[in-house]
Design a protein around this ligand. Sequence first.
Ligand SMILES: Cc1ncc(COP(=O)(O)O)c(C=O)c1O
Length: 396
Amino acid sequence: MSNVHELGFLKDKIQELKDQGVYRKLPILSSPDDAEIILNGKKVINLSSNNYLGFANNPRIKKASIAMVEKYGAGSGAVRTIVGNMDIHEELEKVLAEFKREERAFVYQSGFNCNAGTIQAVTEKGDLIISDELNHASIIDGSRLSKADRAIFKHSDMDSLEDVLKEKRKNYRNVLIITDGVFSMDGDIAKLPDIVDLAEKYECMTYVDDAHGSGVLGENGRGTVDHFHLHGRVDFSIGTLSKAIGCIGGYVAGSETMYEWLIHRARPVLFSTSLTPASVGAITEAIKMLMESSEYTDKLWDNARYFKEKLSKLGFNTGHSETPITPVIIGEEAKAMEFSRKLLENGVFVSAIVFPTVPRGTGRVRCMVTAAHTKEQLDEACRIFEKVGKEMNILQ
Ligand SMILES: Cc1ncc(COP(=O)(O)O)c(C=O)c1O
């Protein structure tokens, strides 16, 4: 008789992953996340992290974080509704609301939690969620947790969105249209003005997940809503504190009513301990730094333009990115993975992204340029791209 504790059914599935060539080992970082890192024991240029502004290892932010640990300790000790709501959590939400130019902000322990908690809390049976087909996994999971029905529109295709609205709007009470602000695999920006126009025409609410837009787009990184001057017309404006802000956490910015409701119904906040003082200290300082100066976002965009231009001059296909996310499209899945492996051997870490994360035949490496990179590091990365590109006949 087989032993149930051997988890044989999982072993079989793991073997399937190996057979399909998609079994992975986690890379190990033994340095801070920065422009250069020690990965699996080797120093390499890092073009893979979401640390857009270099805040993850910023001295001023680290100092603020350490100060909070000294004053408030290592943990908050409880969920916010019991005794885990410190004055510093309240202060952080005030600073975030000011930054996002909204009445209120409500903080979660991660961006994933924010989508999982908010979508579920603001929709119910009899409602409809309409989602862009390329929206992030946490939006998909958040929508699955809701009792509302779901519909999909083709990526950034406004005719497709209107078709869904024409066919379905009348059958539902509330309708929530959800889009990423910046799409993380291609770096394209949502057609938010058109989405908001359609939402208003059909009396729907709008929800923007700006994980890759906050800290990047808009005035001093205020995000996609600010970039398009749509304040007051987007009901739920989500950001993460783990990417450009360099720490951990997520938030939704919007109205006072939204805030009041979420305090009562956002399950990840009701049933999970609040952010640590160290995180709150780091995040609050980071947001204040962004509001003080455009220095960080300016550097990010300057580096992104520089790197993109160099790569396209070399002859690489950088897709239709409009943001610092720079895909280099290779095509065949195995070739994209091989390209990433060879780049790493030569000193640059850029992860390969293949089917099913992106459509089959559009395998790529995805470069994340940050404000922390020096021009010398970007030049060196381009030199390695050119060398490996030629060796692999990706470049002529
Ligand atoms: C669009 C989008 N939403 C949400 C998340 C989740 O954010 P976090 O890492 O803060 O949980 C991500 C991160 O990959 C993302 O890209």
